[in-house]
Design a binder for this molecule. Structure first.
Ligand SMILES: Nc1ncnc2c1ncn2[C@@H]1O[C@H](COP(=O)(O)OP(=O)(O)OP(=O)(O)O)[C@@H](O)[C@H]1O
Ligand SMILES: [Mg+2]
Length: 455
């Protein structure tokens, strides 16, 4: 079911639109001003926004900008009054999808909404195709003994229903392993549902995981299935499991014990048939000692433990990965396949520490494929494309490294990246604490980290 957010200060317009749109089968959220609208966007999935430009307090144009900053993918349709066409046109320049003039005709509104949804679906499809979604979970076979051991473990546990707990540093391939297990199991025809427990605001974890019943709280305008229900007959991947609050942990534990869930506001228990795979980059035994992670939940999850060692602990695997990704990105970008000089290869295979593991390797190879001009890639090219290499210099005296290639934008990004990486280190990679220190929402911090390539 698609959902629409209506932002208008006139109650009768909101209510009339709501009736019409609900009749058409949309879920509808209502906001009387920008603040309420932004709050709804922070907590709900919205497919299309109808936005009036004349709003009290924060004006519609500013609301539009804030919406676009949060998520530029949701189409915003402007509702404009008489004589405000100019502004409406300006709004489309600011990224609004289209505008409709008052008085509103129902047919026109429905058409524009339908159009917006279709165009967006196409955009997403293209994006998924471009990113080669399927390819992005390809698993290069390992040459090291440890990785071969992991591959064996995967095939031997895939057919059972046992729970698996995957541990390993950032970017070591925990999700790749989880998906592989799902693909090799009899559950492969059913969904694999990945839940990033750290990226969901704590207040929403319950509704995300268990869903809710229409009317169980303000804003619950329709029934919503939770991730456990969506994953029925398939696999649920609970990622970053250590970042769940103790409260959420208690709820998940109950579900794992009973294998049934109750939607928020629901009246009955729903049986679920789900295989649970969890992952974390944290040391759970340490967190258990500090009473931040429940020991009973740990035992429930840790039936088959799979630990993926960091790349620097299994350097034999690096050449195969480099090869695969140089070929992959050459193919994708239609650039010639690059060739590393002996010096560069030696540095990457034998010396570099790879703090970001396979994810970092993949990003580096993509940059080298696109950014370097010659087919031959030397040691300097490689070092210039590793953003963290100069990090120590960068913060030692609070100054920065001047790099003539960087414009203000790159410089800002470098600063942001280094700052976040350092605060993360200071807080032992604890995202919650880092977000508090940086005074940002934890889920937002994740988005920023992703954008900057830290995560
Ligand atoms: N064996 C592999 N072969 C090829 N690519 C891999 C392999 N393992 C991981 N990758 C790639 O490395 C990247 C990181 O993998 P993944 O997202 O599974 O790591 P992760 O351990 O879940 O990381 P994080 O802790 O940061 O979430 C992905 O882009 C993935 O495609
Ligand atoms: Mg992951």
């Amino acid at each position: 079911m698609k959902s629409i957010l209506i932002v208008d200060d006139e109650e009768n317009i909101r209510e009339t639109l709501k009736d019409v749109l609900e009749d058409e089968g949309y879920a509808v959220f209502l906001a009387e001003n920008g603040k309420v609208a932004l709050r709804i966007l922070d907590t709900h999935v919205v497919d299309v926004i109808l936005l009036d430009l004349w709003l009290p307090e924060i004006g519609g144009m500013d609301v539009l900008k804030m919406m676009k900053e949060r998520d530029s993918n949701i189409p915003v349709i402007i509702i404009s009054g008489h004589g405000t066409i100019d502004t409406a046109v300006r709004a489309t320049k600011e990224g609004a999808f289209d505008f409709i003039e008052k008085p509103l005709t129902i047919e026109h509104i429905l058409n524009v909404i339908d159009h917006a949804i279709k165009i967006n679906a196409l955009k997403e499809e293209n994006l998924a195709l471009r990113q080669g979604n399927l390819n992005s979970y390809y698993m290069v076979k390992g040459s090291s003994d440890v990785y071969n051991g992991i591959e064996k473990l995967i095939s031997s546990c895939a057919h059972s229903n046992s729970r698996v707990l995957i541990t390993g540093e950032n970017g070591t391939g925990k999700e790749v392993v989880a998906r592989k297990i799902h693909e090799m199991s009899q559950r492969r025809g059913a969904p694999f549902v990945a839940v990033n427990c750290a990226a969901i605001p704590q207040t929403l974890i319950e509704s995300e995981l268990f869903g809710y019943q229409k009317g169980s709280f303000t804003g619950a305008v329709s029934d919503k299935k939770g991730k456990f229900e969506i994953a029925d007959r398939g696999t649920i991947f609970l990622d970053e499991i250590a970042d769940m609050s103790l409260e959420a942990q208690a709820k998940v534990l109950r579900v794992l014990e009973e294998m049934q869930i109750e939607r928020i506001g629901g009246v009955s228990l729903i049986k679920i048939d789900v295989r649970v795979i969890a992952a974390t980059n944290k040391d759970l035994s340490h967190l258990i000692k500090e009473r931040q992670f429940r020991e009973d939940l740990f035992y429930r999850l840790n039936v088959v433990p799979i630990h993926i060692p960091s790349l620097r602990e299994r350097r034999e695997d690096i050449p195969g990965l480099l090869n695969y990704y140089f070929e992959h990105f050459a193919h994708e970008s239609t650039n010639k396949m690059k060739v590393l000089s002996d010096e560069a290869a030696q540095f990457l295979v034998q010396e570099y520490t790879w703090p970001g593991n396979i994810r970092e390797l993949k990003n580096l190879v993509e940059r080298l494929t696109i950014l370097t001009r010659d087919v031959a890639v030397g040691l300097e090219d490689v070092k210039n494309n590793i953003p963290y290499l100069h990090e120590a210099e960068f913060l030692a005296d609070g100054s920065f490294v001047y790099n003539e290639k960087d414009g203000l934008r790159e410089a800002k990004e470098n600063f942001e990246r280094n700052y976040i990486v350092n605060v993360l280190k200071k807080n032992k990679n604890n995202i919650t604490r880092t977000a508090q220190v940086l005074k940002v929402e934890r889920s937002n911090l994740y988005k920023v980290m992703k954008r900057l390539g830290i995560w």
